[in-house]
Design a protein around this ligand. Structure first.
Ligand SMILES: *Cc1c(COP(=O)(O)O)cnc(C)c1O
Length: 248
């Protein structure tokens, strides 16, 4: 496992309260209650002892990209009553293990994957909350269904009775400029509106998972109900994100 430098408990706690404060301020600016935004900590490359500090500070919701890494952490930290989301690209041969740690899969972006999930869930006789991941930046390096195909995918996934649609997820364009990423978030929200108009029984699109360390306030302004934050809490990662977002 690739680990960050160990970072002090006081730094983690300070980062967390700073993030919580910024979430609150972003919510106040647009007249929303901070309770309407969930904070998910993206823990890729972060060692167990460091995650533990965040859990002791009261955090519960965690996200991982790689299955092997997630399984070890999930087991080690189960006593904290953690909730784990799969936020990384999911390959078919990893489905079985992903279902061992993830309570929600945020990265459902193609029908073949959804069908394989359905099969495995039938075998395990259970259901699973999922989000549909949309590639709102159109960048080929990012996963997600192209926006113009999102409603078709949503309709098809809705036919699979073991998958419970609970929201949409996106990674916006990378930019230091909030105004560059805002259209990505706005697009996800538009797709949410269109999805609601389909009036699919049982489908729930209330979660908009969007916004990361560099842009979560913009995401909140555009309607995010779940923000996924890593480096702003845990510090810089040694590996570039492309390592996590690409197939290899
Ligand atoms: C790593 C990651 C995040 C968090 O990114 P930071 O910039 O470190 O906050 C959010 N979402 C996904 C899908 C990620 O892989």
């Amino acid at each position: 496992m690739h680990t960050n430098e160990l970072i002090g408990a006081d730094v983690i706690r300070r980062n967390l309260s700073y993030i919580r404060e910024r979430i609150k301020l972003a919510c106040e600016r647009i007249g929303r209650s901070p309770d309407t935004v969930q904070l998910l900590l993206a823990t890729k490359t972060v060692p167990i002892e460091t995650i533990q500090i965040a859990l002791e500070a009261g955090e519960r919701l965690l996200g991982e990209n790689k299955v092997q890494e997630a399984l070890g952490k999930q087991e080690a930290l189960a006593a904290y009553g953690t909730e784990w989301h799969m936020i990384g690209h999911l390959q078919r041969n990893k489905i079985k293990h992903t279902l061992r740690f993830a309570q929600t899969i945020e990265s459902v972006d193609r029908l073949s994957l959804a069908q394989q999930l359905q099969q495995r869930l039938e075998y395990e006789d259970r259901t699973l909350p999922i989000y549909i991941q949309v590639n709102t930046s159109y960048e080929p390096s990012k996963f997600g269904v192209p926006p113009e195909d999102a409603l078709t995918l949503i309709r098809a996934v809705h036919q699979l009775d073991r998958l419970q649609i609970r929201g949409l997820m996106t990674i916006g364009v990378f930019s230091a400029e909030a105004e560059q990423v805002r259209p990505c978030f706005r697009l996800l929200r538009q797709i949410q509106q269109q999805a609601l108009e389909l009036a699919l029984p049982g489908a729930d699109f209330s979660t908009l998972s969007m916004g990361m360390s560099g842009d979560f306030e913009t995401a909140i302004e555009e309607g995010a109900t779940l923000v996924r934050v890593g480096t702003a809490v845990f510090g810089q990662r040694l590996y570039p994100d492309s390592y996590y977002w690409n197939e290899t």
